[in-house]
Design a protein around this ligand. Structure first.
Ligand SMILES: *Cc1c(COP(=O)(O)O)cnc(C)c1O
Length: 371
């Protein structure tokens, strides 16, 4: 038997350790300059991010939740307005709708774990204003179907791309299909900083201008208050770190896809598992594997066994899709999401794990199923 290893789900201390010297140099430089808020590093990061995604505007904000709230406030959501969101997402997608004054309406997921277009279509009512596809696990939804639903019903699309920077569907990047796309740079996200961070991207000049003002108390370049705003700025220090990381981000994506290919190679024959589509196996999709979310028979036993073997796994959202949170009082039946949450499990997926880690994890899984 293999020597026991410890494979944490995500090694937070490793975020700094990977490029300790470069980060130290960047931080030192920013601190010496006193360049804390809305400085040149932020502007440079915004330009680089816009260029990377091929959009006109990228605007740094404090986090992805704020980006969603700001986008929803700027479409003037009214209290009765409904916004369609998947139940298999972080609570932030739905809470942003609530905090912006609207009502989230939940949809079921499809076999790819993402918002199911037919469920989204069924959720449209006379009160629906917008739809928030969530580009989950580094994969982009079937956006042409969702865009058709939006077009037919005059709905605004805002993409929660917190997990999908660099992911593409039919060649187009996640976050660039609708009025606005939002991203998170939380430390465990694929492009990450040393704390909270986020961005909103759009091709709409007027929206971009309002977002820039809203994130900074509604102030324009002269400091005049143009409308009610809030403080949701992306720190210049975080922007400088993100700038460094964005330049080598394609290598990170490549590594994630390599890890996914290894999992596929070593687990693909197991009938007890359903794996995400292998990288490169579908021409419409370029997945960046923010997560590696499998479906597993005897999921809870497998999770326990792996834990005893030193491998930490995670069930997304503390094991609950949004409609399972009783305090939020949703009265919907979402049978496919219910079924998924009886079997879904995330294996470690990040740029810090080694091929040997993956090999060990797969051997322990095979052992669990008696292979
Ligand atoms: C992480 C995440 C968010 C929230 O991002 P923050 O930057 O932490 O606000 C929203 N939606 C999804 C799908 C996420 O994974």
């Amino acid at each position: 038997m293999d020597k026991k290893r410890h494979v944490p789900f995500f090694n937070y201390a490793g975020v700094f350790a990977e490029f300790r010297q470069e980060y130290t140099r960047i931080l030192h430089n920013i601190l010496e300059r006193g360049a804390f808020i809305q400085q040149s590093d932020l502007e440079s990061f915004e330009n680089n991010l816009a260029h990377y995604l091929g959009v006109k505007h990228a605007i740094g904000v404090a986090n992805c939740t704020d980006a969603l709230i700001i986008a929803l406030r700027l479409i003037d959501l009214r209290p009765d307005d409904e916004v369609i969101v998947p139940s298999h997402t972080f609570v932030a997608t739905a809470s942003a709708v609530h905090m912006a004054g609207g009502t989230p309406v939940l949809t079921d997921c499809g076999p790819d774990h993402l918002m199911d277009p037919s469920s989204a279509r069924a959720a449209v009512s006379s009160k629906t204003r917008a739809i928030i596809p969530v580009q989950l696990n580094g994969r982009t939804c079937r956006m042409d179907d969702l865009q058709a639903i939006a077009r037919e019903n005059n709905l605004i699309i805002i993409e929660d791309s917190a997990q999908a920077l660099g992911s593409r569907y039919k060649g187009k990047p996640a976050g660039t299909f609708g009025l606005a796309g939002t991203y998170s740079f939380y430390p465990a996200k694929s492009l990450n900083c040393f704390g909270d961070g986020g961005a909103l991207v759009t091709n709409d000049d007027s929206l971009a201008e309002k977002v820039r003002l809203m994130r900074d108390h509604g102030r324009n370049g002269e400091g005049e208050i143009m409308f009610w705003g809030l403080n949701s700025r992306l720190d210049n220090l975080q922007a400088a770190i993100l700038n460094f990381k964005l330049a080598r981000y394609p290598l990170d994506i490549q590594r994630r896809r390599e890890v996914a290919a290894l999992y596929q190679q070593k687990l693909g024959d197991l009938k007890e598992l359903k794996l995400p589509p292998a990288p490169g196996s579908e021409s419409d999709y370029f997945d960046i594997f923010q997560n590696y979310e499998i479906e597993a028979s005897r999921r809870d036993e497998l999770k326990m066994a792996l834990h005893e073997d030193g491998v930490d796994t995670l069930i997304q959202w503390n094991g609950k899709p949004i409609h399972h949170n009783h305090e939020l009082k949703f009265q919907v039946r979402l049978p496919r999401t219910d079924a998924l949450f009886a079997s879904c499990l995330m294996l470690p997926m990040n740029t810090m794990i080694t091929n040997e880690d993956v090999d060990y994890i797969c051997k322990r899984i095979r052992h669990f199923y008696g292979r």
